[in-house]
Design a protein around this ligand. Structure first.
Ligand code: MD3
Ligand code: FE
Length: 203
């Protein structure tokens, strides 16, 4: 099921629902090597979302700033690789969204406990904005907000649930977006949290 959310943004509802439990097991394997951690923003705030990465690079933030790093600052080791199933599903989703040459080399993994949120922001730490970002959601539902190229533009809201995939490219690539605080609930596959994966290509 394919819906156009905004110019350049396509939601593929339940695109990875059949693979959800396998993907969550692959996330658990990543977390054994590179655990979830609450990173600090350059302004000194602890993020409510816990994060880790797999891939050639991972997105990190600390008092020095936001950046991509080829090693996990917590372990000093490279990030675990992107499992081939995950890679293939991200590439297939991008293709459905109209992006045929996507070779993601970063997968940022976000874990939202109940009450965790992500404030409105733009993703602009990547060099090349012609590549899309592919996101996959699992576990508890969350309200996703997305607006325009200015923080003050009006936002639309949409609910993201287990297995939903969104491809963000073209005119939507630099849109402001965020996640409202996750409401209390229980999901059989994640217990009491929401997991989001974002695939990026940063070369
Ligand atoms: C729209 N993550 O990791 S995914 C992020 O659910 C992030 O964890 C949210 O925003 C989450 O940066 C939202 C959907 C998403 C991801 C990237 C985008 C939407 C986007 C980039 C541009 C426009
Ligand atoms: Fe983002």
């Amino acid at each position: 099921v394919r819906e156009n959310l905004a110019p350049g943004a396509v939601i593929l509802r339940h695109f990875v629902l059949p693979q959800a439990r396998t993907i969550l097991a692959q996330v658990a394997a990543v977390v054994k090597c590179s655990p979830f951690r609450h990173m600090t923003t350059p302004g000194g705030y602890g993020m409510s979302v816990a994060m880790t990465n797999c891939g050639d690079y991972g997105w990190v933030t600390d008092r020095q700033g936001y950046r991509y790093s080829d090693e996990d600052p917590l372990t000093g080791k490279p990030w675990p690789p992107i499992a081939s199933l995950l890679y293939q599903l991200a590439v297939a989703a991008a293709e459905q969204g109209g992006f045929s040459d996507f070779q993601p080399n970063v997968c940022l993994i976000n874990r939202y406990a109940i009450g965790a949120k992500m404030s409105l922001h733009q993703d602009k730490d990547e060099k090349n904005f012609t590549y899309p970002i592919v996101s996959m959601s699992f576990g508890l539902p969350a309200v996703f907000q997305f607006g325009g190229l200015s923080r003050s533009d009006t936002v639309q809201k949409c609910l993201l649930t287990q297995g939903d995939v969104v491809v963000w490219g073209g005119a939507s690539r630099l849109a402001y977006h965020g996640i409202l605080p996750v409401k209390a609930g229980h999901h059989p596959d994640t217990e009491d949290c929401r997991i989001n994966l974002t695939f990026r290509q940063i070369d």
